[in-house]
Design a protein around this ligand. Structure first.
Ligand code: MD3
Ligand code: FE
Length: 216
């Protein structure tokens, strides 16, 4: 059965469960967008978005950067978390307070108390960019949840099972939506379909997604 389309004002505040411990909090980040955007702009001046190469030798269509004590990186040698930005040789920019507070509140709203992220991976999608099906399993403590914040253009998110071949459902993620997943849903395969070129009134022709994690 297809989920009916709702107007934005009807979606805000809804909770949609994707699994027993995976929930979309519609519009949860909206009250903080005005604080999030300048913090995002500032951290990019220290560690700009860049396209990294996967161990298989493909350049990612999504551009990324990080903030916080640890940042996720990939190159021909593999995926890992590192305290230094490989492009600048410097530590990643500090995690803005508003990111940490938002993540903590979203995690609590989803039933994960006392979430203290030490890593924030920031993805930038331009039209056509996509993320193929994968699991997030580079974090040391898989008992901690992951909190994701979507800003800008709407993306279609793919949410699969614990095996790559499991059928994935498609869910739109809108500007201001927050997804929290942990526990039995922590290792679900997921991805993002190629971004449609449909400019957003605030962010223009891009989508920013950032994920807060306990990596170390
Ligand atoms: C994972 N980012 O950075 S986050 C990633 O929109 C990543 O940029 C995507 O996957 C993005 O690693 C998706 C949203 C999300 C939502 C629910 C999940 C990821 C999930 C449930 C289980 C596992
Ligand atoms: Fe992921």
């Amino acid at each position: 059965m297809k989920t009916p389309d709702l107007f934005e004002h009807e979606r805000i505040g809804q909770r949609e469960f994707l699994g027993p411990q995976a929930v979309v909090l519609r519009g949860f980040a909206l009250p903080r967008v005005e604080a999030l955007l300048p913090a995002l702009a500032l951290l990019q001046t220290a560690s700009p978005f860049r396209h990294m190469v996967t161990p298989g030798g493909f350049t990612m269509s999504v551009a990324l950067t990080n903030c916080g004590p640890l940042g996720w990186t990939t190159d021909r040698r593999g995926y890992r978390y590192s305290p230094l930005d490989p492009d600048t040789g410097q530590p990643w920019p500090a995690m803005p307070e508003v990111f940490a507070v938002l993540a903590r509140e979203a995690a609590a709203a989803a039933g994960f108390d006392d979430f203290q992220p030490d890593a924030c991976l920031i993805n930038r999608y331009l039209p056509g960019a996509r993320m193929s099906l994968h699991q997030d399993r580079n974090e040391r403590d898989l008992g901690a949840p992951v909190v994701s914040v979507s800003l800008g253009m709407t993306a279609t998110f793919l949410f699969g099972g614990l095996a790559r071949a499991d059928k994935a459902i498609r869910i739109p993620l809108y500007h201001g939506d927050v997804v929290v997943w942990g526990g039995v849903d922590r290792l679900r395969f997921h991805g993002v379909l190629p971004l449609k070129d449909d400019p957003h009134p605030v962010l223009g022709r891009q989508r920013i997604n950032f994920t807060l994690r306990k990596a170390g």
